[in-house]
Design a protein around this ligand. Structure first.
Ligand SMILES: C[S@@+](CC[C@H](N)C(=O)[O-])C[C@H]1O[C@@H](n2cnc3c(N)ncnc32)[C@H](O)[C@@H]1O
Length: 426
């Protein structure tokens, strides 16, 4: 007797995306890797959906875990926990239909020998939890980890902290820095000159192939602008990759040297320059060891930092960073700042910036540098002439926070300052 092979049934996209989201959660929470580098194992719309779901879980994980603690005596194994987290967030935050979510959660638990025994538990506990909306609604709003909340609340107060955390939940729009006028349907021109879109596939937008613009948050586009007219100036972009600020400076007419220590990230600088047709001298070097043959007119130092100003677009960050990262980063920042100050001519300017919410990576670095270097001065930075809210002005420069421009969709957290070397060496 011959048997015809059973036709292979295609997995529905919703289940494939949920499985992809579970893989992404393991990638972040257990492997300590960043979201968004293809770890879902999917492509196309299912990959995008998996990424969105994993991001949603990472944003609301505190609430999901609290809900599980209230309904379960013992916490299940890591993968089962992720399956339950995803289901809770899909039902309570994303508004997904309960039965589909529960069925897929049970199906996912059954798929692996390590979790199959817990599929009954997933079914029973999930049915109870998804029926308990009032318990979910009573949970406190998602919050940043304590090591981040404390310094933010101390510096800007509880109300500002709550507004920043709300901005993180709202996510981020897509901002573009144009180098020439470009028409993109649905794009709004921000007061700072960036173009803002709700989202979309970047490579399909008009002007991508021709390099008319590059993706850059409106806040990230501000540090290079602090140098004013750079036409013909020799500017060093220190810590340059992937090259957002290099492109801005080159487009503004500077003779740019772009330096970064990471070969992988440097490839992005080359690709970006090639696509936009802009020019810069590109150097792969460690700024702590390298020295220029001739000092520069200006240096822009976009120092490595906790990147906590970008949590809106990177919900994995609070799960990947720890308070102990801060000490090593602040040390590297002041070393890099001292190097940058040594790379400019007497009277030359150094823009120091970080995409961090933490004053120790921003305001405090400038206070300390002014103490370390007698004769070093602060140059004024006026937010209003750049199109920013007046409240962005602080003693050390400009402080941008994610809750600024709430009606326009916010901006990344950023700190920036302009320092001027004395005309004569002390
Ligand atoms: C915040 S990112 C720079 C973003 C970039 N300025 C832009 O606008 O696209 C910080 C960069 O510092 C680089 N970096 C870290 N330590 C460095 C060092 N010792 N020397 C040179 N670059 C370094 C990292 O490789 C990373 O690309």
């Amino acid at each position: 007797m011959s048997h015809a092979a059973a036709p292979k049934r295609e997995m529905p996209e919703s289940l494939a995306a949920r499985m992809g989201a579970i893989r992404l959660l393991a990638h972040v929470l257990r492997d300590g890797r960043m979201l968004g580098d293809g770890a879902s194992g999917l492509t196309g719309p299912a990959a995008a959906r998996a990424l969105r779901l994993a991001g949603l879980v990472l944003r609301h994980m505190g609430q999901a875990d609290e809900m599980m603690r209230a309904h379960m005596d013992r916490q299940p194994a890591a993968k089962v926990r992720d399956i339950l987290r995803l289901a809770l967030v899909e039902v309570f935050v994303d508004g997904a239909a309960q039965h589909g979510v529960v069925n897929d959660a049970v199906a996912m638990a059954r798929m692996s020998p390590r979790t199959v025994k817990q599929s009954g538990l997933v079914n029973a506990v999930l049915r109870k939890m998804v029926d308990d909306r009032s318990a979910w609604d009573a949970l406190p709003a998602p919050a940043m980890p304590g090591w981040l909340r404390k310094p933010v609340a101390k510096m800007w107060g509880q109300d500002r902290l709550a507004a920043i955390e709300a901005a993180h939940l709202a996510g981020a729009p897509l901002d573009l820095t144009p180098q020439r006028p470009v028409e993109i349907e649905g794009a709004v021109v921000l007061p700072t000159g960036s173009l803002r879109l709700a989202g979309g596939q970047v490579s399909l937008l008009p002007g991508f192939e021709t390099g008319d613009w590059w993706v850059q948050d409106a806040a990230a586009a501000m540090p290079a602008r602090l140098l004013g007219d750079v036409t013909g100036m020799r500017v060093l972009d220190l810590c340059a990759a992937p090259g957002g600020k290099t492109m801005q400076l080159a487009a503004a007419g500077a003779q740019v040297t772009a330096l970064d220590v990471s070969p992988k990230r440097m490839r992005r600088v080359f690709q970006n320059l090639e696509r936009t047709g802009l020019q810069a001298d590109v150097l792969e070097a460690d700024a702590l060891k390298w020295s220029p043959e001739e000092p520069f007119d200006a240096v822009l130092l976009d120092a490595p930092c906790t990147a906590t100003g970008t949590i809106r677009r990177h919900p994995d960050l609070p799960h990947l960073r720890e308070s102990r990262d801060v000490e090593a980063l602040t040390k590297l920042q002041y070393q890099l700042l001292d190097r940058a100050l040594g790379f400019v001519k007497p009277g030359g300017r150094v823009v120091y910036c970080t995409c961090s919410l933490l004053p120790v990576e921003g305001e405090n670095q400038i206070d300390a540098a002014l103490k370390r270097h007698p004769g070093l001065t602060l140059e004024p930075a006026d937010p209003v002439t750049l199109g920013l809210p007046a409240e962005a002005a602080v003693a050390q420069g400009l402080r941008l926070l994610p809750d600024l421009w709430p009606e326009r969709g916010g901006m990344d957290g950023f700190f920036m300052s302009v320092l001027k070397r004395p005309e004569t060496s002390a």
